[in-house]
Design a protein around this ligand. Structure first.
Ligand code: ADP
Ligand code: ASP
Ligand code: MG
Length: 459
């Protein structure tokens, strides 16, 4: 059975790292690996910046960003191949970069950047990284094949955040990808990009390569999806915010999904879903420290702690609707959510009180339109620049007093809303954005630096 090995941009940022990735792929050859790559380093950011500059008509900046992308890949190639770059690789990289430059010129000329054009532009990152890496594996005499993910990763036409067609992906994988997979051989393909039924390039949204890996893993029935990155797994909190955070050895699908949805950037929030459906374990590992610690995410794993970890996300907007007349009446909440739904505003948290309902909305929700519809029958208060801090753990519901400990740990940090998720594994708090990291640090110190997994020694 095949394994998926996905490497993120940070794992592909230098020739040295690419050699390390090649060593990991070599070691995985008996497992018939499908290697899913992101764009190298910050390439996707540079491509976005180039496209935006072109849209403004700023040709100089657009060309400069595109030339950074070209130079970065030429330098990676030099770092790997020295003076003996295979001519076919040089031609492939040149073709891709030239197509990119022409697209940017077109956007600059028209000063118009449709989501479809943006996807065509940013897809260059994954196409370049996979071309380069497949050529390196071939030079290293590994049996490998470059595979265009767009042949199988079918999506709808919502450019920029396309929705995968899971059933069709499975059919296409069975036909196009399955026959190519075998022990001793690596398939190298792109994360993040897909295509519509008409063959137009789409993307799954920023950070979407994790999702691609899980979608492909589910489609081919992989035995494991490995997410290789620059940390030793999913930590008990973002290690950049909490230096004392530790990697979590075991997480359930539900815990990982909650942590990802509430801001743990190490996993794209949609990654877990395809794995859940086929019960495929997902591991998160450190590319530069393959023998270090890592996280295993599977259906029934338990972290062994009352709490698995913390995540946070900002900015969100807190919207409170107050109506003394309407609230108690049947249909009020339905009407409220119908208004949110019609305006495409997605709601994360909701808390209801006697006469008011508070919800958190994404910062780009069309607040003026929502307000205009609600104000005839309710008072609407909007507070922007809030943050959600989520406390996640399968055993949260079984551990009495957690909410009290959370509130005690928060101390004088002002909590504006508190909400227990319906699945009872997520206790979420809303605070001002300025208090987000402070609250995460306090909660981590009070709740995660003292408890040890039951029955296992302290590490
Ligand atoms: P990649 O380039 O491999 O896709 P990302 O930058 O998307 O990597 O994700 C890895 C980063 O996620 C880490 O460097 C870390 O800073 C951040 N991160 C945020 N929350 C967590 C968490 N709970 N555990 C681990 N990493 C986290
Ligand atoms: N390259 C894309 C991005 O930077 C996808 C990914 O890395 O997951 O968002
Ligand atoms: Mg990522």
């Amino acid at each position: 059975m095949t394994k998926i090995l996905k490497f993120g941009g940070s794992s592909l940022a230098s020739a040295e790292l690419l050699r390390q990735v090649a060593a990991l792929v070599r070691a995985a050859l008996p497992d018939a690996p499908i290697v899913v790559l992101s764009a190298s380093g910050k390439t996707t950011d540079a491509l976005h910046a180039a496209a935006r500059a072109a849209e403004r008509g700023d040709v100089a900046v657009a060309r400069e960003r595109a030339s950074e992308v070209r130079t970065h890949h030429a330098e990676l190639a030099r770092g790997l191949f020295g003076d003996s770059m295979p001519p076919e690789l040089a031609a492939e990289l040149d073709l891709e970069c030239t197509a990119l430059e022409r697209r940017l010129d077109g956007v600059a000329l028209l000063r118009e950047l449709s989501p479809r054009s943006l996807d065509a532009i940013v897809s260059a990152g994954e196409l370049l990284s996979t071309r380069l890496f497949a050529a390196w594996l071939a030079r290293e005499e590994l049996d490998c094949e470059w595979f265009d993910a767009r042949r199988v990763l079918r999506t709808d036409a919502r450019f920029g955040s396309a929705e995968p067609d899971v059933a069709r992906i499975r059919e296409l994988c069975e036909r196009e990808l399955g026959p190519r997979v075998r022990p001793g051989r690596a398939i190298v393909t792109q994360g993040y990009i897909g295509s519509t039924a008409a063959g137009v390039t789409t993307t799954l949204g920023r950070g979407g390569s994790d999702w691609s890996a899980a979608l492909l893993g589910a489609a081919v029935g992989a035995s494991e999806v490995q997410i290789w990155t620059d940390v030793e797994g999913v930590y008990s909190a973002d290690p950049r915010v909490v230096p004392a955070a530790h990697p979590i050895a075991e997480l359930s699908f539900a815990e990982a999904a909650e942590l990802a949805a509430f801001g743990a950037k190490v996993l794209h929030p949609a990654t877990i879903q395809p794995a859940i459906e086929r019960r495929i374990p997902v591991t998160v590992r450190h590319t530069a420290r393959p023998n270090g610690r890592f996280t295993t995410i599977r259906a029934e794993a338990a972290s062994g702690r009352p709490l698995a970890g913390l995540a946070s996300r900002s900015p969100v907007t807190l919207l409170t609707v107050t109506s003394t007349r309407m609230l108690a009446q049947a249909g009020f909440l339905a009407r409220l959510f119908e208004v949110f739904g019609r305006h495409g505003a997605s709601v994360d948290l909701v808390a209801t009180a006697e006469v008011s309902v508070s919800s958190t909305l994404e910062p780009d929700a069309p607040l003026d339109a929502i307000r205009a519809e609600l104000e005839p029958f309710a008072r609407v208060d909007v507070v922007p620049d809030r943050a959600i801090v989520a406390v996640v753990g399968e055993r949260l519901k079984l551990t009495p007093g957690t909410a009290a400990r959370v509130l005690a740990a928060a101390g004088e940090v002002h909590i504006e809303l508190i909400s227990m998720g319906a699945n009872e594994i997520n206790l979420s708090l809303v605070v001002g954005r300025e208090d987000e990291h402070e609250l995460v640090r306090r909660l981590h110190a009070a709740l995660l630096e003292t408890d040890r997994p039951t029955g296992s020694p302290a590490r």
